[in-house]
Design a protein around this ligand. Structure first.
Ligand code: GDD
Ligand code: MN
Length: 380
């Protein structure tokens, strides 16, 4: 076997004390405001995982309700309980990926931290992975699985539509690609980790759509229970997020999830622009003034939409919201110049109006996207 040049050939000698091996199973639990559920989740794991060497890693996005304190309190008396506190970031997928990468266990499971998932399925999931499966999914839609207790009717039908779209367009052949409860073998996960989007909720669908080699996958029926405490963190924006992930994957990741969202919102901005223009003209403004008004109304709308959707993980608040809006106006104003300039150029070369228009708009969108990601929503 080839040796990795960076790794010593002999195992590192540990100086003193007894070395503790990595557990066989890491359970990753992403949390956001789940303080009252933490103890229950740990108890469920303790009860279910007898005979397995396990650990649980709570990945918390700096919840305001003391979730990390609750985890650390338990961790002090039970070393199998670990905690990652992420500051200034949000997102179920990103948190899950970070938790998985932080462990060295050969088998990793992802489970929600609100008791909707039945921890007693874990031993069988673990056994199947040891027996050669790459991925085991706890499915609400296979055999005796069910979702009715844990979901409202709308959420349930939304989930079904999403599943159908994923099957149709991404050729994902499992009954519940939106499940938040699954286990995967480390080599399979490490191979595809660099391709995963850290944004959003749909980590399993992303795994299924991004894997370089087919995964030996099996499913187990899950009875999706009602939440113990607190409320769901999913809102209506997940629908837009889902569609964008679908588009990003359909383009073979040529377009990022973020760019797809940005461009969709840009398209919506055009509609806002035209409606505002119509109203402004009807109320007697000159065309020039009406056009200016429409442009800034559309830009402002786009700024807020991008802030809650495209950049929800870096959402600007307070003063930074105002300075962000100002920088967005500046960038997009330059974007308009780029748009018109390129449109003009293409129009002179090939006098097809729609081609010129499209080229201008496309370049404007790319310019605005790149520039606002640097100046407006720069990563901290
Ligand atoms: N770290 C972190 N950051 N955790 C989060 C975040 C976040 O931004 N948002 C949610 N979580 C945690 C919650 O605290 C919970 O432990 C888990 O992720 C699932 O979130 P819920 O808010 O309970 O999701 P749900 O029950 O509405 O949705 C379930 O079904 C979806 C499929 O329709 C989940 O299993 C989803 O993963 C799944 O996609
Ligand atoms: Mn939940």
């Amino acid at each position: 076997m080839m040796q990795d040049a960076r790794l010593p050939e002999q195992p590192v000698q540990l100086s003193s004390g007894s070395a503790r091996r990595s557990p066989e199973l890491s359970v990753i639990v992403p949390t956001f405001n789940e303080a009252p559920n933490v103890e229950l989740v740990v108890q469920a794991l303790v009860a279910s995982l007898r005979g397995i060497d396990w650990e649980v890693i709570f990945v918390d996005d700096d919840s305001s309700d003391g979730t990390t304190d609750a985890v650390r309190l338990i961790a002090r008396r039970d070393g199998r309980v670990r905690c990652i506190r992420r500051i200034g970031r949000r997102g179920l997928a990103g948190a899950s990926i970070e938790g998985m990468l932080s462990s060295s266990a050969p088998v990793i499971a992802i489970m929600d931290g609100d008791m909707q998932h039945d921890a007693s399925l874990l031993p069988e999931m673990f056994r199947r992975l040891q027996a050669g499966d790459d991925l085991v999914i706890a499915s609400r839609f296979c055999d005796s699985g069910s979702a009715a207790d844990g979901f409202s009717r709308t959420r349930l039908s939304g989930s079904r539509v999403a599943t159908r779209l994923a099957r149709m367009f991404l050729h994902i052949d499992v009954s519940d690609p939106m499940s938040g409860f699954f286990a995967i073998r480390r080599p399979a996960f490490e191979a595809l980790a660099p391709r995963l989007s850290t944004q959003g909720f749909k980590i399993l669908m992303d795994i299924l759509a991004s894997t370089p080699q087919p995964l030996r996958t099996s499913e187990m029926p899950l009875h999706f229970r009602a939440r113990q405490h607190g409320v769901s963190k999913l809102d209506n924006l997940v629908a837009a997020e889902f569609l964008s992930l679908l588009l990003a994957k359909l383009t073979g990741d040529a377009l990022s999830l973020r760019f797809v969202l940005f461009a969709l919102i840009g398209g919506f901005g055009v509609v806002v622009h035209l409606v505002t223009l119509k109203i402004a003209l009807a109320s007697g403004l000159t065309f020039w003034l009406a056009q200016m008004t429409a442009a800034y109304v559309a830009m402002t709308g786009n700024f807020f939409l991008n802030n809650v959707l495209t950049y929800r993980d870096r959402r600007l608040k307070g003063w930074r919201l105002l300075s962000g809006l100002a920088s967005f106006w500046v960038v997009c104003s330059i974007g308009v110049i780029a748009n018109v300039g390129v449109g003009q150029l293409v129009h002179e070369q090939a006098s097809r109006w729609w081609l010129a228009g499209l080229a201008g708009a496309g370049l404007g969108a790319v310019f605005n996207y790149v520039a606002t990601s640097i100046f407006t929503w720069r990563a901290r």
